[in-house]
Design a protein around this ligand. Structure first.
Ligand SMILES: Cc1cc2nc3c(=O)[nH]c(=O)nc-3n(C[C@H](O)[C@H](O)[C@H](O)COP(=O)(O)OP(=O)(O)OC[C@H]3O[C@@H](n4cnc5c(N)ncnc54)[C@H](O)[C@@H]3O)c2cc1C
Length: 398
């Protein structure tokens, strides 16, 4: 960034503060009915128009149909398809898979952002160490204690995320280690305490005092630039279906989102969707349609937990921050091998989630193989440069 432009709340707990206020406002508004533990399985779509969703009520273990004049997908990202990721458990790409199955266009699936500095301690969660730490002057050092980023980019530690990620991976490979260090020990301890209380507290739980100990870190999948294609008012290619937040792809982040810009996905497009649907509802013609659901088919005899482990490891190795044609072809063979699962139903929400993860994983691998260049979050060792002829989007539709 050339300007300081990021708002912070409670030091480094900005997201928690946003979530607290939003949750409070939703609870206060009597017009909003919140149904917890309802897992959206599929969209009810006929003739390219969306009429609501089919959901699975996890508590009562039953399917429920929700009809709606307008449906807004806001199911978040897909980081969980990678073994190493910063994302919450729910980030399994459900919304993208659901929309794709229903016939919506999805775009830019090859562009996944990996975050360079994620805590890498045995037994500790993949806790994200904010960019702001490097913004305040922290250094990256390899396990031999050497600063290395000046060798890779003029901006050193403040280079774009994808460059820092690849530099770290190179240093890790060069030193035969699974980590490098983020070093704040030269910074004023009072500043560290003031600016990063949450990072300090979390690291302390694992016996790390960040004012004196360098933090072991490694890159991890963080943010999905691609997703369900929307226009500038949040409409998808299916009538009555809107999307906002990380599930959506308005294209505003290009191939590589700038740090702290993702909240506009929800804030800007959420607001625009509300305005747009007012027009949509003026001409709304009600229809009552029957829907059949293939999720009720017989489940396959598959060890879903084992398949999930295999999938996330494979994605990191073959379709991670450094990709090759060979690796991506192997990934596609993996998906081909499991494609028969599409013809089967599932027993529970975890299996539904895995089906969605397989779907979005395949879209990521396909898009990444198709884009024969490197750009933003997509890097191929066999095509390391960007080309003007590739200044375009890859869009999939079923
Ligand atoms: C550690 C971390 C730090 C970040 N820091 C920043 C930052 O500093 N600045 C910034 O701009 N961005 C940041 N981001 C990115 C940003 O937080 C996310 O892009 C954003 O929160 C996504 O919001 P969302 O509303 O789209 O999805 P989420 O907040 O993920 O919400 C999705 C919701 O959909 C529900 N859901 C999912 N699937 C289903 C289903 N099948 N049925 C029913 N419900 C479902 C989930 O339960 C969840 O409630 C960060 C992300 C992470 C992981």
């Amino acid at each position: 960034h050339s300007q300081r432009r990021i708002l912070h709340a409670s030091g480094d707990a900005t997201g928690a503060e946003i979530q607290r206020v939003l949750t409070m406002r939703v609870r206060e508004d009597e017009r909003i009915k919140v149904l917890e533990n309802h897992y959206v399985v599929d969209l009810l779509v006929r003739e390219n128009t969306c009429y609501g969703v089919l959901a699975y009520d996890r508590e009562n273990e039953e399917y429920r149909v929700f009809r709606g004049k307008v449906t807004v997908l806001a199911t978040g990202g897909l980081g969980r398809i990678f073994e190493h990721n910063t994302n919450p458990e729910i980030a399994t790409g459900d919304g993208i898979a659901i929309a794709f199955r229903a016939g919506a266009e999805v775009m830019d699936m090859e562009f996944i952002q990996f975050h360079p500095t994620v805590l890498n301690l045995p037994g500790a969660p993949r806790f994200l160490i904010s960019e702001a730490v490097r913004g305040e002057g922290a250094y990256l050092r390899n396990i031999q204690g050497q600063r290395f980023m000046q060798r890779y980019h003029d901006l050193a530690e403040l280079a774009p995320r994808d460059i820092v990620v690849r530099a770290i991976l190179k240093e890790m490979a060069g030193t035969g280690s699974n980590k490098v260090f983020l070093d704040l020990t030269h910074l004023d301890p009072d500043l560290i305490k003031l600016r990063f209380p949450n990072i300090m507290k979390t690291c302390a739980e694992y016996q790390l005092d960040i004012t004196v100990d360098p933090i072991p870190i490694a890159p991890a999948a963080h943010y999905m630039m691609g997703g369900v294609k929307i226009n500038l008012v949040g409409e998808t290619s299916i009538k009555g279906l809107y999307a906002c937040g990380e599930v959506s792809c308005p294209g505003v982040h290009g191939a590589n989102r700038l740090a702290s810009n993702s909240l506009l996905d929800g804030l800007v497009f959420g607001g625009r969707i509300v305005e747009e649907t007012k027009h949509f509802l003026q001409d709304y013609q009600p229809r009552h349609l029957e829907f059949a659901c293939d999720w009720l088919l017989k489940p396959a005899k598959t060890d879903y937990a084992d398949l999930r482990r295999k999938l996330v490891v494979m994605m990191g190795e073959k379709v991670g921050p450094v990709r090759s044609s060979e690796g991506m072809r192997e990934a596609l063979m993996f998906f081909d091998q499991w494609s028969y699962l599409r013809r089967h139903g599932v027993d529970n929400a975890e299996q539904m989630e895995l089906k969605n993860m397989l779907q979005v994983g395949e879209l990521v691998a396909e898009a990444a193989l198709a884009r024969r260049e490197s750009r933003g979050g997509h890097y191929r060792v066999d095509c390391p440069d960007a080309y003007q002829r590739w200044q375009k989007h890859i869009i999939f539709r079923r």
